[in-house]
Write a protein that binds this ligand. Structure first.
Ligand SMILES: [Zn+2]
Length: 406
């Protein structure tokens, strides 16, 4: 039975729907294309002469929650020159077993879904078919092959791909978008990449890694390196935590366990310290003058940090003076944990002060890396480095793509 219908289905706008039916729970659509004037690919002449028809079976997107199969009455035309050729149509490309719509949606889904398996189930295909669709998008869509922008942030993350535990993410520090992923965090890898793509790079935000610093300095011409704020502040918090751990060892069972539970109190800003917290601090300081001194040093550093942020680029001289005063206080206090942390700060002083001059940080990269953790947790199949790289970068690039498909 032929249906005379002008119902428009997405992807079938120009097609003639001949028949639809539900069979064995599946939705079947029979269609053909209208007869039109075709241009012969051999001689360029027009022809409308039909040579023959052949039914082809094509897998399509689910419709009304049913697996849907298309039966396409494919027409071949004949030309006076003797050439026979298949008609053009928008539903399915030559030699494909899946419709164009299916391929397009499966691609978008393969990027956005948690796992390839999940999409394979939904789309009625094998996992390897979905992975092949995913692999196909990779070449044209990934940025990072081009020149890097002026300000970049680099950070490592544990991707466990391609036989390397750590990978490196390179992001645009201004737009906060990921640009590329490197297969490892080795100095030579970073250096080679920056030499190839980094001609425009003027500033690099990083945590305090010597190999990152060396790579950037060796690859780029006079780069401005900016130490990440959240990272260098951590050194002082580690210092007080280590002092606490060392000192509590001498205490009785009760106080040792209690102070461990209360360790976060030492990190609090004064305005967040409650009366109860205050009581504990007083108790522990009465046990150890050194712990009290360590706390005061941490406070002095925190106050410096707040001041430095306020000062920004304008009053950098004052910022530097106060930092030197903090070094002196640490020197005088003679607490080894703080002395070690200060040594690191001194090694990175220019880069630390740069962070207040230029006001860039790579805190946002941590957000990107958290997303990567989610990707890793949910999915197998990202052991291969190229696939992990594609997945991370495409996930960001596809944020606004395909939201209409739910
Ligand atoms: Zn011809």
């Amino acid at each position: 039975m032929y249906m005379h219908s002008n119902i428009s289905l997405p992807g079938f706008e120009d097609a003639i729907i001949l028949k639809t039916e539900v069979r064995g729970g599946q939705y079947l659509i029979h269609f053909e294309m209208p007869i039109t004037t075709q241009v012969c690919p051999n001689c360029g002449e027009d022809t409308r002469r039909v040579h023959d028809y052949r039914w082809t079976k094509v897998k399509h997107l689910k419709m009304a929650e049913r697996m849907t199969t298309l039966f396409y009455r494919k027409r071949r035309y004949a030309c006076t020159c003797g050439k026979r050729f298949a008609e053009k149509n928008q539903v399915v490309s030559p030699y494909q077993r899946y419709s164009n719509e299916w391929n397009q949606m499966a691609q978008i889904r393969s990027v956005k879904a948690k796992t390839f398996t999940e999409i394979a189930h939904q789309y009625g295909a094998s996992v390897s078919t979905i992975i092949r669709r995913f692999d196909r998008i990779v070449p044209g869509k990934i940025k990072g092959e081009t020149a890097l922008p002026k300000v970049i942030a680099i950070d490592e993350f544990k991707g466990n791909a391609g036989g390397e535990k750590f990978q490196l993410i390179i992001a645009d520090a201004v737009t906060k978008e990921p640009i590329d992923i490197l297969p490892d965090r080795k100095k030579e890898t970073i250096k080679a990449y920056l030499r190839e793509h980094g001609a425009n790079v003027e500033m690099v935000v990083m945590d305090m890694s010597h190999s990152f610093k060396a790579a950037v300095q060796e690859a780029l011409d006079n780069p401005i390196i900016i130490a990440d704020r959240f990272h260098f502040v951590r050194y002082i918090y580690w210092a007080i935590d280590r002092v606490r751990v060392r000192i509590q060892k001498e205490w009785n069972d009760y106080d040792r366990k209690k102070v461990k539970k209360k360790r976060h109190v030492f990190f609090k800003k004064p305005k967040d310290v409650t009366e109860k917290d205050q009581w504990y601090l007083k108790r522990y300081f009465s046990f150890s003058a050194e712990l009290k001194l360590a706390y005061q040093l941490k406070e002095q550093f925190r106050e410096w940090f707040e001041l430095a942020k306020e000062n920004g680029a304008e009053k950098l001289k004052e910022t530097k003076e106060f930092l030197l005063k903090f070094y002196e206080a640490v020197e005088e206090a003679d607490i080894p944990e703080f002395q070690r942390s200060v040594k690191t700060l001194q090694n990175w002083q220019t880069e630390i002060l740069n962070s207040f001059t230029f006001n860039y940080s790579n805190g946002f990269v941590e957000g990107l890396n958290n997303l990567t953790k989610v990707i890793k947790r949910n999915a197998f199949g990202y052991r291969r480095f190229d696939r992990l790289r594609a997945k991370i970068l495409l996930t960001h690039q596809y944020k606004t793509v395909g939201n209409e498909i739910g």
